[in-house]
Design a protein around this ligand. Structure first.
Ligand SMILES: Cc1cc2nc3c(=O)[nH]c(=O)nc-3n(C[C@H](O)[C@H](O)[C@H](O)COP(=O)(O)OP(=O)(O)OC[C@H]3O[C@@H](n4cnc5c(N)ncnc54)[C@H](O)[C@@H]3O)c2cc1C
Length: 415
């Protein structure tokens, strides 16, 4: 079966790529080994983060390093054997988190985040998916007055770039979320972000739109990708037919470089795994919006399947054995702040944020591999950025002019 483009990976990023290529007139086949949106794009905290104009930097203080070394934090843990192999990329991440480098990276990152809401709004309209928006805005809660006031300054800086917020005192927080039992000094309510009730369902709604518009969705293993004699690409599908196209986009999230490496392109991905668990809601103790306990690094999000508790990052390879210590520790802390009901899931879910040492996603032509494109490395904000990076990369592939400068996100920066 001949197409113009084969997109490999049907997470938020791959589906975003497929839809935008289709909108530019391409016949697109989308291939995944599972149904759309079943991996990292399923299990995240579900926030379309318009406020996240600065990517997630590596904290540079000695206190963080010392407490991180104990491997007992909820916001960051590591599997020692895997983390040792990441030392080079982690060192680059550390350097990129220094003020001057970080300022420049933030300027570039912000150009993508600024387009996140409008690119989602367009797809939500077309896919009739607005019912998946559970609410607007979320609370960033602080326990210490000092941390709260320094975050107020961050919020004021972001306001200069058009990001809206409301500052809340301890009493305001108690009024907005009376079920909170933890003692919080105050909070910032970011008012622009959208909280999604099931991010996996949102990807599936977008994938249905892709099919309604004539796109072909296939189950198949991207590992079967091969070059044809004519210089194009072939990939096998589980249903039988072999797909063929002159161009291929690799959007396999944390698995992307496993495939591109076979064709000679690698990039230093730092896999930050994360866990979630759902808890029953207690009807008399509602949670009205998503909350982040900023100093402890967990999120509680009201979602379709209950209250979803998510952890921070675990530095570990995507395929290494799971370790449930982080989600158990998050649960213990979360229960001290908010009354969660019983666990709903049989076991914790785990997914992997593919993070780059310079905190920016990677999209564009794969250097040295004609006809191969990639779109990955969206780190902490892949739900937010999937559609916008899909739009920009589709423009690059069809000769249209991307709306922002795409050079800072080029795959070639890791050559
Ligand atoms: C705990 C947690 C909380 C998060 N919270 C947020 C948030 O609130 N907001 C936000 O914007 N981001 C958040 N993120 C980040 C976000 O989830 C990711 O950046 C995003 O999902 C990445 O999307 P993706 O499409 O690149 O990858 P994925 O969703 O992982 O998709 C990759 C796809 O490739 C497929 N695949 C892999 N190998 C093969 C193969 N060999 N053959 C065929 N198919 C294959 C997989 O099946 C999968 O469907 C969070 C992440 C975590 C872990």
């Amino acid at each position: 079966m001949k197409h113009d483009v084969i997109v490999l990976g049907a997470g938020m990023v791959g589906v975003g790529c497929a839809l935008h290529l289709q909108a530019l007139g391409k016949r697109v086949a989308l291939v995944d080994r599972r149904a759309p949106g079943m991996e990292t794009s399923h299990g995240n905290a579900g926030i379309i983060q318009r406020e996240a104009i600065a990517p997630y930097a590596l904290p540079r203080g000695l206190g963080f390093l010392l407490s991180g070394a104990t491997n007992r934090r909820v916001d960051v843990r590591y599997l020692a054997r895997d983390a040792v192999r990441m030392l080079g990329p982690l060192w680059a991440y550390h350097r990129n988190s220094a003020p001057d480098a970080y300022r420049q990276i933030t300027r570039e990152y912000e150009t993508l985040i600024a387009l996140s809401l409008e690119t989602h709004a367009q797809l939500m309209n077309d896919a009739d998916a607005h019912h998946l928006v559970a609410g607007q805005g979320y609370l960033m809660l602080y326990r210490s007055e000092r941390e709260l006031h320094s975050f107020f300054e961050v919020a004021d800086e972001r306001a200069l770039d058009g990001v809206n917020h409301i500052k809340l005192s301890s009493a305001d927080v108690a009024r907005e979320e009376p079920s909170l039992v933890g003692r919080f000094a105050g909070a910032v309510r970011w008012t622009d972000p959208l909280a999604i009730s099931s991010p996996g369902d949102l990807v599936q709604a977008y994938a249905r739109l892709f099919e309604q518009r004539g796109g072909a969705l296939h189950l198949g293993d991207a590992g079967t990708l091969r070059k044809t004699d004519a210089g194009g690409w072939q990939v096998d599908t589980a249903q039988g037919p072999t797909l063929e196209a002159p161009q291929a986009v690799v959007a396999l999230g944390p698995w992307t470089t496993q495939l591109t490496a076979r064709f000679g392109y690698t990039a230093p991905v730092i896999p930050k795994r994360g866990y979630h668990m759902h808890y029953a809601r207690l009807p008399e103790r509602p949670l009205h919006s998503t909350i982040i306990d900023a100093e402890n690094g967990y999120v509680i999000a009201p979602m379709k399947n209950g209250l979803r508790l998510t952890t921070g990052a675990e530095l570990a390879n995507v395929d290494s054995p799971r370790a449930h210590g982080q989600i158990n520790a998050a649960e213990k802390l979360a229960r001290q702040s908010f009354p969660l009901g019983e666990r709903v899931d049989p076991e914790p879910w785990m997914g992997t944020r593919p993070c780059m040492p310079d905190m920016k996603p990677v999209f564009g032509a794969v250097p040295g591999v004609p006809g191969m494109w990639c779109c990955f490395g969206h780190g902490h904000q892949g739900v937010t950025l999937g559609p916008v990076t899909g739009e920009l990369r589709a423009a690059m592939m069809t000769g249209a002019t991307p709306r922002v400068d795409v050079q800072p996100f080029s795959p070639g920066r890791f050559r």
